[in-house]
Design a protein around this ligand. Structure first.
Ligand SMILES: Cc1cc2nc3c(=O)[nH]c(=O)nc-3n(C[C@H](O)[C@H](O)[C@H](O)COP(=O)(O)O)c2cc1C
Length: 223
């Protein structure tokens, strides 16, 4: 398939790694190629929350292909993924967070439609807000903003202090979308996948990707 457009997806070390994997699956199923970056703390959270990468520091020791395989297996376990393994494997690349020479570190990568940081830790949020650009996640986000493409930040922390709030306002003022991982319950979710799909659908909506993976609000009694 021709990979005309792609998205950058970063998973950082905040709780909610499953949201990131859900968005990865959804973007691929909508035929977008995904440039996936996982921070080192992001790997730690995936290990804790999703029982991935059983060996200590496995993500460092394992080949990219083995990490990709674990990711695809988790997607197939948690969501009704209907494509075969090789389809998923061919639709995303795993980029090291320190690989600043990557093509996506430059505004000249014209196939990039946007970027989402899901989940976004307060650490990454602050560094992106300050334009630190010290790793590929921060640099790619900086580039997406300067190129006036869509940057969606999905923070996960509670409660929030004034530093978090000021950083979010700063990013919003720079053009980012602040889309907190706060699921609704008006759609009566029955499973964790329902809750996660709600957030994934809202992120896709914000990217302008047509989707029906979550139940939308209809006014009481409305048909
Ligand atoms: C299991 C676990 C859960 C965490 N959850 C959060 C969280 O929800 N939000 C947050 O801002 N940081 C959280 N942290 C702390 C971040 O991982 C830490 O600040 C890290 O330095 C963030 O680095 P990164 O932004 O490069 O991924 C968590 C850490 C661990 C180990």
């Amino acid at each position: 398939m021709e990979k005309t457009y792609s998205y950058i997806l970063a998973l950082t070390g905040a709780s909610g790694a499953i949201y990131g994997l859900s968005l990865l699956r959804a973007l691929i199923e909508h035929s977008f190629f995904v440039h996936l970056i996982i921070s080192k703390p992001g790997f730690t959270v995936m290990k804790d929350e999703l029982d991935m990468f059983a060996d200590a520091n496995a993500e460092g020791a394992k080949a990219d292909s083995a990490v990709k395989e674990e990711i695809i297996n988790k997607i197939k376990l948690h969501f009704s993924a209907d494509r075969d393994f090789s389809y998923y494997a061919g639709m995303f690349e795993l980029l090291d967070e320190n690989f600043l020479e990557s093509r996506i570190a430059s505004g000249s990568a014209k196939d990039i439609k946007g970027m989402a940081v899901v989940p976004c830790s307060m650490g990454s949020l602050s560094r992106i807000a300050c334009g630190i650009s010290g790793n590929l996640i921060e640099r790619a986000a900086d580039v997406v903003l300067k190129e006036r493409k869509k940057l969606i930040i999905c923070p996960r922390e509670t409660p929030l202090n004034d530093i978090h709030l000021k950083n979010m306002l700063s990013l919003y003022s720079s053009g980012a979308v602040i889309l907190p991982l706060i699921p609704a319950f008006y759609n009566k979710p029955r499973t964790v996948a329902d809750i996660v799909n709600f957030m994934t659908g809202r992120i896709l909506d914000s990217f302008g990707v047509d989707n029906d993976i979550y139940a939308r609000w209809g006014a009481y009694g409305a048909k």
